[in-house]
Design a protein around this ligand. Structure first.
Ligand SMILES: NC(=O)c1ccc[n+]([C@@H]2O[C@H](COP(=O)([O-])OP(=O)(O)OC[C@H]3O[C@@H](n4cnc5c(N)ncnc54)[C@H](OP(=O)(O)O)[C@@H]3O)[C@@H](O)[C@H]2O)c1
Length: 277
């Protein structure tokens, strides 16, 4: 069976570099999709309260027969719960909905600059970690100034920053900031939500190395050192996205894919996004 590399977070916890994302997987389908992923060999699932599918993810994990300690599960604090007291209630609901004993990683989903209290929210996450119900804490969609405030005003450096990254949005400055502060970058929408599949530059590389566009793109992320969790509800693609460790891209191909950057987001800009579902 394929061994997925792990990355050691700044608190010593090991995270599998490849996982399975479940954004936009409907609650009625998420259990089966997660079961397929676990059968294929994925041992890292990325969900969120906002996705409305934590219950099904938890069922798949519980019923898998795989030791809980072998599966890494991430969830995220939804945007309406930044007040520390609300955050604690939301965290307990996530723990109860997943029903898998503990969480491996819990993130502030968005910084919500108009709400403006993510420093206090972060202190609530520190308190959550102290309960032992979550092994690591981090953030998502934080830009360098948001992270700098946490570094200046709190006692814990986030373990990860989960941000949008793909060949059309390579995020070099933010990834460098993260690396400088021992924060692991997690690349969300690693396939640009599927948009990358039609890219002619990557298609030419894929043809030459005998892999698919998705595999070449995901391999590009892996060789850059980011954590990824591509989403698919299609068994053949879930399998395809797992087969990334029997080939390597040449440096010239890595550079050619990085050169596709056009700072193009598929999702909102975190500096402007203040949506409460
Ligand atoms: N923190 C955040 O704010 C945030 C935001 C967005 C996403 N995320 C996380 O990142 C994960 C991945 O992002 P994502 O769901 O936006 O997009 P993605 O993984 O970049 O792309 C998923 C899309 O590509 C298709 N696809 C997957 N594998 C393929 C393959 N081998 N060949 C062709 N098409 C393929 C999927 O189709 P089918 O499903 O139909 O097969 C789906 O439409 C999410 O599930 C979530 O866990 C986090």
């Amino acid at each position: 069976m394929t061994t997925i590399p792990t990355i050691t977070l700044n608190d010593g916890v090991e995270i599998p570099q490849l996982g399975f994302g479940v954004w936009q997987v409907p609650p009625a389908e998420v259990k089966v999709a997660t079961q397929v992923a676990l059968e294929v060999g994925y041992r890292h699932i990325d969900t969120a309260e906002m996705y409305g599918n934590e219950v099904g993810v938890g069922e798949a994990v519980r019923e898998s027969g795989i030791d809980r300690s072998e599966i890494f599960v991430t969830s995220k604090l939804n945007n309406g719960f930044h007040d520390p007291a609300d955050a604690m209630v939301a965290f307990e609901k996530t723990i109860s909905d997943l029903n898998i004993g503990y969480l491996d990683l819990f993130l502030i989903h968005w910084p919500m600059p108009a709400v403006g209290n993510f420093v206090d929210t972060w202190k609530a996450l520190e308190a959550m970690k102290a309960t032992g119900k979550v092994r690591s804490i981090g953030v998502s969609n934080f830009h360098a100034p948001h992270l700098q405030r946490l570094l200046d005003e709190t006692g814990t450096v986030p373990s990860v920053d989960q941000i949008e990254v793909h060949p059309y949005l390579t995020q070099e400055p933010l990834r460098a900031f993260n690396a400088q502060h021992s924060i692991v970058t997690e690349a969300w929408s690693p396939l640009a939500s599927g948009k990358i599949i039609g890219d002619p530059t990557i298609a030419a590389i894929a043809e030459r190395v005998g892999k698919s566009v998705a595999q070449v793109t995901l391999r590009w992320h892996i060789q850059r050192g980011d954590v990824i969790f591509p989403k698919s509800v299609t068994r053949s693609r879930i399998e395809e996205n797992f087969r990334l460790f029997d080939f390597e891209l040449a440096e010239a191909d890595i550079l050619a894919i990085s050169a596709l950057n056009r700072d193009e987001r598929t999702g909102p800009n975190p500096d402007e996004f203040n949506w409460i579902p």
